[in-house]
Design a protein around this ligand. Structure first.
Ligand code: NAD
Ligand code: UGA
Length: 341
């Protein structure tokens, strides 16, 4: 398999790239190293990829000419598309960055894939946030996804519709993966488990949001290694794209899967686990959830991914946070992080 991984200097992208390379696949990565969070962490992930001989191009998925050149040089069989503007609450601060990467960037990439012959099969990251205000639990792929609570969620939902049209018109093989709050070593500094760890170690307070009627918020936190297995399983089972020269020659596969853990944990419970691993008590400020795009809980039904991909998460939050904390302490020690959101 020859795979283009977009967002390869990112959290999930770096893990997936290494896993593919280790089992012998050809991997080329692309990332624009933007400063949504500390780019030095992205550079450090790049160094890890270089050690595994993964070639990483610094570029933007909106760069039509660069993509055309790249597809000309390498006959990719698969594209693992992970580049995006992530983060739910940041969408209120910088809405355009979501349109740039999650809408315009996605279309530019799909155009490049459609114009290539043979066309690669595409696996890409949607998000659990598409379930938005859905209250039916656990969340199944067939549930409503037309009530997004954030612009981020709306762009991921739009991505699901956009990829459908490229499947329908051009015969691109598409697999969309709805990841549920992914965490682990080399993670994202903007996410709660990561920023809480930093603040707890620095003796700073953390803000724990709670929902309506003082109900705790909960997430179906999913460990990175489980997500990687789901991504690799999706690539391995992706059918071929059927188009060529921008024309569809027959029907191609269109799939959407939840990749979660199926055991939600409340945010205060997550904090208690961190306190245990860090051996430090957190200074907690409890605040009502502001109307900033958050949803009160997530919970994945993963039976479809289990059946079709053999997906079976094996790491619980307690164990996974232990691995994260060990990595955090070895990477940062107790020194202060600079310029981290
Ligand atoms: N981590 C999670 O909990 C989670 C949950 C659901 C969905 N997702 C999705 O999974 C994917 C990977 O997320 P992550 O947690 O690794 O985030 P990340 O921010 O660590 O990785 C995304 C990478 O894409 C790069 N990028 C962004 N826009 C780009 C552009 N226009 N051109 C080139 N590169 C660009 C960034 O520099 C970054 O390195 C994203 O699509 C995200 O929306 C993540
Ligand atoms: O599963 C997903 O689709 C999404 O998962 C995460 O989004 P989120 O679950 O909101 O993850 P965090 O930002 O780490 O928040 C986790 C929980 O902690 C809470 N939180 C966050 C920040 C904070 O300061 N305090 C606080 O209590 C949030 O309200 C939420 O309930 C990622 O950030 C998104 O990119 C991704 O798309």
């Amino acid at each position: 398999m020859s795979v283009l991984v977009t967002g390869a200097a990112g959290f999930v992208g770096s893990h997936v790239s290494i896993a593919l390379k280790k089992r012998g696949d050809g991997v080329v990565g692309i990332d624009n190293f933007n400063n949504y969070y500390d780019p030095s962490l992205k550079k450090a992930r790049k160094n890890l990829l270089n050690l595994q001989n993964v070639y990483l191009i610094e570029g933007d998925i909106n760069d039509v000419h660069m993509l055309a050149k790249l597809f000309d040089i390498v006959a990719f069989t698969h594209v693992m598309h992970l580049a995006a503007q992530a983060g739910v609450r940041y969408a209120m601060e910088n809405p355009k960055s979501y349109v740039h990467s999650n809408i315009a960037g996605l279309v530019t990439l799909l155009e490049a894939c459609k114009n290539t012959n043979p066309q690669p099969a595409i696996v890409w990251a949607s998000s659990s946030s598409v379930y938005g205000l859905n209250e039916k639990v656990p969340f199944s792929e067939s549930d409503r996804t037309d009530q997004p609570a954030s612009l981020y969620a709306a762009t991921k939902k739009a991505g699901e519709e956009i990829t459908h049209t490229y499947n329908h018109i051009y015969g691109l093989s598409i697999t969309g993966l709805r990841f549920f709050t992914v965490y682990g070593p080399w993670g994202r500094p903007d996410m709660a488990y990561f920023s809480f760890t930093r603040n707890i170690l620095q003796g700073k307070p953390i803000t724990v949001y709670r929902g309506k009627n003082r109900v705790d918020l909960a997430r179906d936190f999913t460990y990175i290694d489980d997500i990687v297995k789901g991504c690799v399983g999706s690539l391995d089972t992706a059918g071929k794209s059927t188009g060529s020269g921008g024309k569809k020659r027959g029907p191609a596969m269109f799939r959407i899967f939840n990749l979660g853990n199926t055991s939600p944990v409340t945010v205060p419970m997550m904090v208690a686990m961190l306190e245990k691993h860090l051996k430090v008590k957190a200074k907690k400020h409890v605040l009502d959830m502001p109307g900033n795009g958050d949803v009160p809980f997530t919970h994945a039904n993963i039976s479809l991914a289990q059946k079709e991909l053999g997906y079976k998460p094996t790491t619980n939050l307690q164990t996974g946070l232990g691995k994260f904390v060990r990595w955090y302490l070895s990477y940062y020690g107790y020194r202060q992080e600079k310029s981290v959101k």
